[in-house]
Design a protein around this ligand. Structure first.
Ligand code: AMO
Length: 443
């Protein structure tokens, strides 16, 4: 609930969204000067705080002259009488206001923050992110992102998972050696973690069910609208599964919980962006990798059969197919070839060339990867030998499997991709506060 009216502080600050309930009262609001409109004999000051906008109306030559001294984005305190006004935000405004500046006069922002649509290109927005993110439409994806993470946590807490926090500096690559950042760690070669994969599996041995929300690093050499060099991974891992289907069932609950919490906590942000939340079907449709390739071969110009992975264009086509055929914005593609999956992946016992793993496609893009893992120590050694990799760099991780590990599996969801698809952003960077990529290390 938005309320600060009853909290004790030297200034009893109320929030913009509370004004309609306080008609006739004298109150104090504090916030950024979002917009100043100067007419002949009246000045409107629109303040922005975390709850929304509040308007103050100044009349008389002295007050209006004083108000024009405050440039937009200056932090102000305004005390006045709450008066009903149908044309003001929320139907109430402050009259007879006394205005005090809480910051120095603000330098001009990189573009007008009060315009309903953002009058700037993506590079300008990213270059000026600290101030640009104040624009309500640029802030809104991050409100949705925060609500999504809350929903992820709420759902998994409810299912008996324990939240963990694992190192982001590690001694070996987890996903593949190719896109890993090497760093100098007190004279030893170390890497930025590509995922919490090894730790989350290990912690199944301690907690049975774990999840983590944290940064991961990929030295992505390509400049695309869907890849970042640092992103936020929502990871889960659970023990005592029959196979990957048990993991998919948990993921379905997580998606439903995230969507529910976004609807509850970020309704205003969704409305501002016109974001349509997806329906999460009771049973998300699924298709085996080989059947997906058959479909693509039959219905498109391309014949991907024999390829070990799906191309982005294939993911888009399959997403559209799932919407058309099953009315679902989500599609599970299961059984990816073992050749393209990491060494910890469990094979499909019935078709050993294929895996008990899956990707989840959402609105045309891969949003989640997951699956069942190997859990016998000797299977890890065989998997590494088959790939021509020595087990030594993985010694700590591998030792877990000598001490009794249950059949287990898990998944990881890319937070920025989720938010970008929810808000129909054309570039993942709009869903990232301070993107890190091939070209960007600041701000
Ligand atoms: P994977 O490498 O497929 O799987 O990553 C999981 C999900 O993370 C997101 N993602 C990215 N988002 C932004 N920029 C990137 N460069 C990027 N790379 C990946 C995607 C993707 O589906 N350990 C496994 C997961 C598991 O099996 O539990 C893993 O990390 O949304």
């Amino acid at each position: 609930m938005i309320s600060s009216y009853s909290t004790a502080s030297s200034t009893r600050r109320v929030l913009a969204a509370e004004l309609p309930g306080l008609i006739g009262r004298e109150v104090t609001v504090q916030g950024w000067l979002h917009r100043r409109r100067t007419l002949k004999s009246v000045v409107f000051l629109v303040l922005r705080d975390r709850s929304g906008l509040a308007q103050a109306v100044l009349t008389g030559p002295e007050a209006t002259a004083a108000a024009t001294r405050h440039p937009e984005e200056t932090v102000l305190q305004v005390t006045g009488t709450v008066t009903a006004a149908s044309q003001a935000p929320g139907g109430a405004e402050l009259t007879s206001p006394r205005v005090t500046a809480l910051s120095g006069p603000a330098d001009p922002p990189p573009f007008d923050l009060y315009r309903p649509t953002v009058p700037a290109s993506l590079p300008t927005i990213l270059d000026h992110a600290p101030v640009a993110l104040r624009h309500p439409a640029l802030r809104a994806p991050h409100v949705i992102s925060a609500a999504s993470v809350a929903g992820f946590r709420e759902t998994l807490d409810g299912l008996g998972f324990t939240e963990i926090h694992t190192p982001k500096v590690v001694a070996s690559a987890t996903e593949s050696g190719a896109n890993v950042f090497a760093i100098d760690w007190f004279g030893t070669r170390a890497y930025l973690a590509q995922s919490p994969q090894f730790f989350k599996q290990t912690m199944v041995g301690v907690f049975e069910r774990v999840y983590e929300v944290g940064p991961v690093f990929r030295a992505e050499p390509h400049d695309t609208a869907r890849h970042l060099a640092q992103y936020t991974s929502l990871d889960a891992e659970l023990g005592f599964v029959a196979d990957h289907r048990d993991v998919m069932a948990v993921l379905r609950e997580v998606l439903a919980g995230m969507t529910r919490t976004v609807r509850r906590r970020a309704a205003g942000a969704c409305a501002l962006l016109g974001a349509e939340l997806p329906a999460v079907p009771e049973h998300i449709p699924e298709i085996h990798f080989t059947d997906a390739q058959e479909l693509l071969a039959t219905h498109t110009e391309e014949d991907p059969r024999g390829e070990p992975d799906l191309a982005p264009a294939h993911e888009r086509w399959l997403s559209e197919w799932a919407l058309r055929e099953h009315g679902s914005e989500f599609l599970f593609v299961t059984g990816y070839p073992m050749a393209k999956r990491p060494f910890y992946t469990h094979p499909d016992p019935a078709r050993p060339g294929y895996s008990n793993s899956f990707d989840l496609l959402f609105r045309g893009i891969e949003l989640v990867t997951g699956g069942q893992r190997l859990h016998h120590h000797e299977d890890y050694l065989t998997a590494l030998t088959t790939r021509g990799e020595p087990p030594t760099p993985y010694a700590g991780y591998l030792s877990t499997f000598r001490h009794g590990m249950p059949p287990h599996g898990g998944f990881a969801l890319g937070l920025e991709r989720w938010t970008a698809r929810l808000t129909e952003a054309t570039n993942i960077r709009t869903a990232t506060l301070f993107p890190r990529d091939l070209h960007r290390l600041t701000p």
